[in-house]
Design a protein around this ligand. Structure first.
Ligand code: G6P
Length: 610
């Protein structure tokens, strides 16, 4: 959601914070702000828009002070204007904070503070927290105690970094439901919501736990719970490299990430896939092997693109391992009083590992005794840490807001998990070998599809002005249609719907005319003929057909307006290949429409609020 950076050390804080905020902008980009303590007084610069707008419009980059905090925002409370931008100070300009999350009882606290004569400049819940801490500081005269007391009173979620002008040698960071990482350097510390803002300073980090706070000075730090119980911080090493969070010559992160897929897909099975044995070794699941063997049912929960991967996972697991699977939007699952018990295995799929609804869903599943497994990309993220066991995606940092490489890595991991489950439930080694061999060939096939980027770009040019798109597929490829439509609407703002191809006749067919491009995922599989009939129904109504088809298919060129060929593989692996041209199509259309591909309006990469 929002990005947070705090710095305390011997260097000027503002340039370090601004550089960190730019790395975190993919998390939110409605407004940005920086505050430092200089000569015992707070400096403050904030602005609606991106970090570059803040730098252009203010003198922030010249700000002095070796302690500071900054924020890039994705608005929840209050419109994204200068006043609502973070940091927020209390009424005496003594306490200042940046906040990620939502203070749910802010109205009650605000009422009490207003009754005591406190006034507010913004519409945000975060300013209420700043004023509240300021009021408690006046009462106790102790900065740390004021922060702790306030955090025990607030309901909801927070990742905060707080400074006090009267304590220019201390930063306090705390979290509940919103990630915060403390980077430990040599006499300098960087606190951030994401490792991307820390990695250029230090690789030594402490992941703060739920309801934990860090009290950081220039000479060291301590951690404790908000109930004042000391904790033992564990310093870990982060593994991401600086190049991984830079564009590397590509015009956009999204395009870079699309082109990384041959490598990221390979990384997803490297050291795991045992081709000769027709099996898979998933070290992260070794502690739950028995529980997996005895599972009566698997529930997969996720949001957004990860939910589409989950749907494909359902087809994979049921087909290969013959185990019943249910797929749930995490936001629905957690509020519908689902029936879960200790014989269930719940899988949470998440790129960020921080999505609030998914996190709450796994907590509910755990509370009901289920075994909870994570399939997560971000190492050390909340979901990764709260699950009983897990399989990392190994896709590397994904910065583009529209998920691409994480999606194919999710399919890589889900295919291997299904193969592993199938082999424990009676699938022959020979069938296992056939699947493992086909999976191993996928990275080279992705390379071949990426080589067609210009071909896809030419199709994109012809349809960049369309107002609507329909995406149709069947079986394994119905979720691919959903994902193709989601990619397009996320970054080009064209309305797009995904449907099972055969359902077209029950509604969407009414929309088809000469202005409707329809994307068919139509590989040569057992329902190919049926999909071709659907294509003909669209053509009969003058719809324009873009078909994603098998290399071995010569017929489809006679019925579709445009054909993008993908290599032939097993039907269960087609979604991986078919999603690549759809990512490219959405990308090129968005670029033709001059859209900000990496930072689409209103979206955020990591949704840490409900
Ligand atoms: C946001 C992102 C999507 C992502 C979804 C779930 O909406 O913009 O790209 O698919 O959250 O995120 P997760 O990190 O849990 O996969």
């Amino acid at each position: 959601m929002c990005g947070i950076v705090g710095y305390i050390g011997n260097k000027r804080a503002a340039p370090i914070i601004l550089a960190g905020l730019k790395r975190l902008e993919y998390r939110g980009y409605d407004s940005a702000g920086v505050s430092t303590i200089d000569g015992g007084a707070l400096t403050m610069a904030k602005k609606a828009g991106k970090v570059a707008d803040l730098e252009r419009a203010t003198t922030v980059s010249k700000t002095e002070g070796t302690i500071g905090i900054g924020h890039t925002r994705w608005a929840t409370h209050g419109v994204p204007n200068d006043v609502n931008a973070h940091p927020h100070a209390d009424s005496s300009d003594n306490i200042v904070l940046v906040h990620n999350g939502i203070i749910e009882n802010y109205v009650t606290i605000k009422k009490k503070l207003t009754a005591q004569g406190y006034a507010f400049k913004s519409d945000t819940d975060s300013e209420v927290l700043a004023v509240f801490i300021g009021m408690l500081y006046k009462t106790f005269g102790n900065f740390e105690q004021a922060v702790r007391t306030a955090l025990c009173e607030v309901e909801g979620t927070f990742g905060i970094v707080v400074m006090c002008a009267e304590h220019p040698d201390m930063l306090i960071a705390a979290r509940r439901g919103s990630p915060l990482i403390l980077g430990v350097g040599n006499d300098e510390y960087v606190v951030a919501s994401d490792a991307a803002a820390i990695v250029s300073h230090t690789r030594q980090v402490v992941y703060l736990h739920e309801n934990e706070m860090a009290i950081v000075t220039r000479n060291g730090f301590t951690t404790k719970t908000i109930l004042d119980i000391e904790t033992d911080p564990v310093i870990e090493e982060i593994s991401i490299e600086l190049e991984q969070i830079e564009k590397g010559g590509f015009p956009h992160f999204m395009l870079k990430e699309i082109f990384e897929q041959p490598t990221t897909f390979h990384d997803g099975f490297r050291g795991r896939l045992l081709v000769d044995e027709g099996n898979v070794r998933l070290g992260g699941l070794s502690t739950v092997t028995d529980r997996l063997l005895n599972a009566k049912r698997i529930i997969i929960t996720a949001c957004g693109t990860s939910w589409h991967a989950a749907l494909i996972g359902e087809y994979l697991l049921e087909n290969m391992a013959r185990i019943p699977v249910e797929v749930e939007y995490a936001s629905e699952f957690r509020y519908r009083n689902p029936i879960i018990d200790s014989s269930d295995v719940v899988i949470a799929i998440s790129q960020s590992g921080e999505t609030a609804d998914t996190l709450s869903a796994i907590r509910l599943a755990k509370a009901n005794g289920a075994t909870v497994i994570g399939m997560v990309n971000v190492v050390g993220s909340s979901i990764a840490r709260e699950t009983d066991a897990g399989v990392y995606l190994h896709a590397g940092p994904e910065i583009g807001v529209a998920s691409t490489k994480a999606f194919t890595s999710q399919l890589c991991v889900l295919t291997q998990f299904s193969l592993y489950m199938a082999r424990t439930r009676g699938m022959s080694a020979e069938t296992g070998r056939e699947i493992a061999t086909a999976l191993e060939a996928i990275p080279e096939m992705i390379e071949r599809i990426l080589a067609k980027s210009d071909e896809v770009k030419e199709i994109a040019r012809q349809y960049a002005d369309a107002s609507n798109f329909l995406y149709l597929g069947r079986g394994y490829n119905f979720p691919v249609a959903l994902e193709g439509a989601l990619k397009l609407k996320e970054i080009s703002y064209i309305h797009a719907e995904g449907y099972p191809a055969a359902e077209m006749k029950h509604g969407p067919i009414a929309l088809i005319n000469e202005n409707m491009p329809v994307v068919f995922i139509a590989p040569k599989d057992e329902i190919y003929e049926k999909v071709v009939s659907n294509i003909e129904e669209v053509r009969a109504r003058q719809g324009k057909v873009i078909a994603i088809a098998s290399e071995s298919d010569d017929f489809i060129d006679t019925v579709a307006n445009h054909v993008i060929k993908i290599p032939d593989t097993l039907p269960m692996l087609i979604p991986i290949l078919a999603s690549i041209p759809l990512q490219l199509l959405a990308y090129h259309i968005a670029v033709f429409r001059d859209c900000n591909v990496d930072m689409p309006r209103n979206l955020a990469k990591s949704v840490t609020v409900e």
